[in-house]
Design a protein around this ligand. Structure first.
Ligand code: FMN
Length: 198
């Protein structure tokens, strides 16, 4: 009987492991990039994207800019009363992931390609990376999202990426696709990728 339970437990563990394909991100690039005043001047929305997927290092840097932990357990953005009420989800063709700043990794929450939920504008159908900012504090979480998307916009200007902040229409459907807890809501999204090759 004991062997039966051990085999059952092993099977369950294997099933869980094979479902979730978490991504351990490499350490972010903590130095360099273009001078600050250059990227402030160069930041702009870009709405055309190459299908090339940014590699894990670029993804790491995007997420560190958005919401990484940079000092004393605090983030690259300020948060109201340090309550840190923000989450960043990453939508890729291979599924949906939740960014965990403390581990600097991505935990898979879905294997579905849900980019079509964001695709009321043509370029969103093929954009390789969509960040989705969520939170549960109606007053402050949207402000936190604004700080994050600005950081990502500045990083994009530094790294030669295009990005555009987008207010998705299908917020309820997206909340379902992200498997958000009841108290959490979708704030805004941000498409990121390389500009098209000439
Ligand atoms: C909260 C917010 C929502 C936005 N929603 C959209 C959108 O749904 N579609 C879009 O193409 N651009 C969207 N934008 C981008 C703005 O149109 C863009 O920032 C503005 O035109 C200024 O251009 P710039 O970012 O190049 O300076 C959004 C920007 C913000 C801050």
């Amino acid at each position: 009987m004991k062997t039966f339970y051990i085999v059952l437990l092993g099977g369950l563990l294997m099933a869980t492991t094979s479902f979730a394909e978490n991504i351990k991100l490499p350490n972010p690039t903590l130095h360099g990039g273009k001078p600050l005043m250059d990227v402030i001047r160069e930041r702009q929305s870009g709405r055309a994207f190459d299908t090339r997927v940014p590699d894990d290092q670029v993804l790491s840097d995007i997420l560190f800019a958005a919401y990484g932990l940079s000092h004393d357990g605090k983030h690259t953005i300020p948060t109201s009363m340090n309550r840190q009420n923000l989450n960043v989800y990453v939508v890729l063709s291979k599924g949906v992931f939740l960014y965990r700043p403390a581990d600097h990794d991505l935990v898979q929450v879905s294997r579905s390609d849900v980019r079509s939920l964001f695709a009321n504008q043509e370029y969103m159908k093929t954009v390789p990376v969509i960040l989705v900012y969520t939170g549960s504090d109606s007053e402050n979480s949207p402000l936190h999202a604004g700080s994050s998307y600005q950081n990502v916009g500045l990083y994009a200007a530094s790294a030669g990426l295009n990005n555009v902040v987008r207010m998705p229409r299908e917020k309820e459907k997206i909340a379902q696709a992200l498997d958000l807890p009841a108290e959490e809501f979708v704030i805004v999204s941000q498409a990121v990728g390389y500009p098209p090759r000439d």
